[in-house]
Ligand binder design. Sequence first.
Ligand SMILES: Nc1ncnc2c1ncn2[C@@H]1O[C@H](COP(=O)(O)OP(=O)(O)OP(=O)(O)O)[C@@H](O)[C@H]1O
Ligand SMILES: [Mg+2]
Length: 298
Amino acid sequence: MPSTEHAASPGLPPGGERRKIDLPPPGRERRRGEHRAPLAATRRPSAPVRDSRETVVEFRGVSKLYGPGGVGLERATFAVRRQEMVFLVGPTGSGKSTIMRLLIKELEPSEGRIRVAGRDLDTIERKKVPYYRRNIGVVFQDFKLLPTRTVYDNIAYALQVTGASRKQIRSTLPDILRLTGLSTKLHNYPHQLSGGEQQRVAVARAFAGHPPLLLADEPTGNLDPETSIGIMQLLYRINRAGTTVLIASHDNEMVDRMRRRVIELKRGRIVRDEASGLYGAREENTDELGERLKRETT
Ligand SMILES: Nc1ncnc2c1ncn2[C@@H]1O[C@H](COP(=O)(O)OP(=O)(O)OP(=O)(O)O)[C@@H](O)[C@H]1O
Ligand SMILES: [Mg+2]
């Protein structure tokens, strides 16, 4: 890939940089701090050692006004550190998707400052935005899969547009398919998949480039409870492997059961920002989480 793309990266590893994805199998995940973080991969030998808890996302006094009376976000201030898994909750229209859309620079803030991996988003030129976006995987409620392409091709296409070679795609895809439990479905078209499987493809596609930051906007909004557990487990596994994950969700019960940090919004304002009581306690592995979620889901 051209070196200009490296220069365009906002301090995150270039999205086009492909390497074999090294994900631990379930039950053998790395502990916090043990992960080989993507951000660390770009550290120059002379650069100071970064705190593994460094800030990946920072909003400072961010407002988004959508024209007269349309408040998307009002003076929101929060920071998300590397490898956190954070839930954005709040009623419809409270500003969850606005935060996601600001992060991918689909929207510009009316005031305030947004930084991602230390880079002020305001300093990224419009034409460099596609390169910036390669660092962020995005999962939507309605999957947004390409209907005329197979599972394999949907994921391969996402890698292809970031400049990955066929060879790189061929070596990366089996890992992604295995991680997301899609190995037997690779020749299926989206309409031949269940909702949960389609969402798995969407997660696989978002994660294919191994982005340091993954955003999921209502990833379980259209799924039944059992399928939702599978998707949450998948996002948890991705998080434990070193990716910072931000999830917008209406499903308060699921969010409570996940025992992660919760940021609650109301009419564009942050009204609660709570770390889970479980912080610092022994971490569950993905299987343990899945078992517990099933037990606690009535
Ligand atoms: N393009 C737009 N033009 C005008 N107002 C908008 C626009 N997009 C969002 N809004 C308004 O901004 C506010 C926040 O919307 P946002 O989509 O962020 O909410 P949300 O928390 O994601 O809601 P939901 O749970 O329904 O997805 C809402 O009042 C919404 O009507
Ligand atoms: Mg929304």
